[in-house]
Write a new protein. Structure first.
Length: 284
């Protein structure tokens, strides 16, 4: 692999887009993992599909329309699952699973009835090389809003992630913080679907965040490392896809998946190496 692929303008835009997804999504992924909501992140990535499909049927390949449709669908699934959990004995993970499967089936059926195989592939798997300047500007705005909002709610979000009861006891607006956080998660899923597809939109959000936990116990370092892994995975994955003529999205996810495997095996904290083959000077 070489960096010659960057001479292609489409590949440059793909790299910028994947980097923007990493910058906005990876920090959210860290908090999803800390809050034991990793699977919910994956559910939200799939839940946007019927909204994207509906907007595609009505407006064609209009990125603003499909983004708004995906945002509406994702928030609807999250709110519906929460509502069902409150009025029944069903746990939230079970209601999310039910709504997620219904959403995926509905979205795929809608695309199959009103589109073609290429439309299906683009929406499900994405295509970073199809990103254009207006879409990159939109992605930059979403990533910027995400980072600014995270800075504003950072302290409350950290407390709410580890001890929501304490936050309520001191008058903190835990419910509002949770709602803002979920909105950011859905918004970033919508941002990344065009590059990574609805089936892999959660990849750059969750996998680097999970891998980062094996290397540090500092939350801020974890946030920075997850972004670094995501951006590195995007660069290497795009180079690999370009040289081997592979789909860009899956190549990127496989590279960050490789980072996860390496972290699982050799990381400093909680890895196979640290648990079963600790360094002698650390065991004394």
């Amino acid at each position: 692999m070489s960096i010659d692929f960057l001479s292609d303008p489409a590949m440059k835009r793909a790299l910028i887009g994947a980097a923007l997804v990493s910058i906005g999504s990876a920090p959210l992924g860290v908090f999803l993992v800390l809050r034991r909501m990793s699977l919910m992140g994956d559910v939200m990535a799939h839940a946007i599909l019927p909204g994207v499909a509906a907007a595609f049927i009505i407006c064609g390949m209009s990125i603003p329309a499909m983004s708004l449709g995906g945002l509406a669908a994702g928030l609807t699934v999250a709110l519906a699952a929460g509502f069902v959990t409150r009025i029944t004995a069903l746990r939230e993970d079970a209601s999310l699973a039910a709504f997620y499967l219904i959403a995926v089936a509905a979205g795929v059926l809608m695309i199959a009835l009103h589109g073609n195989a290429q439309d299906m592939e683009d929406i499900l798997f994405g295509d970073p090389q199809s990103l254009d300047a207006p879409l990159l500007r939109l992605m930059a705005c979403i990533s910027g809003v995400t980072l600014i909002t995270l800075v504003v709610i950072y302290r409350a979000l950290v407390v709410e992630s580890f001890d929501p009861v304490f936050l309520r006891s001191v008058g903190g607006k835990g419910g509002l913080v949770h709602a803002v956080f979920l909105t950011l998660a859905v918004l970033n899923m919508v941002e990344s679907y065009r590059a990574m597809g609805t089936l892999m939109a959660a990849g750059l959000m969750l996998i680097p965040a999970i891998a980062a936990q094996f290397w540090t116990q500092s939350l801020r370092a974890m946030l920075a490392l997850s972004v670094l892994m995501g951006m590195s995975g995007a660069f290497i994955g795009l180079a690999w896809a370009s040289s081997a003529h592979l789909p860009s999205g899956p190549a990127i996810i496989l590279i960050v998946g490789g980072f996860y495997i390496l972290s699982l095996l050799f990381g400093r904290f909680g890895s196979v190496r640290s648990r079963y083959f600790p360094f002698r000077h650390l065991s004394r």
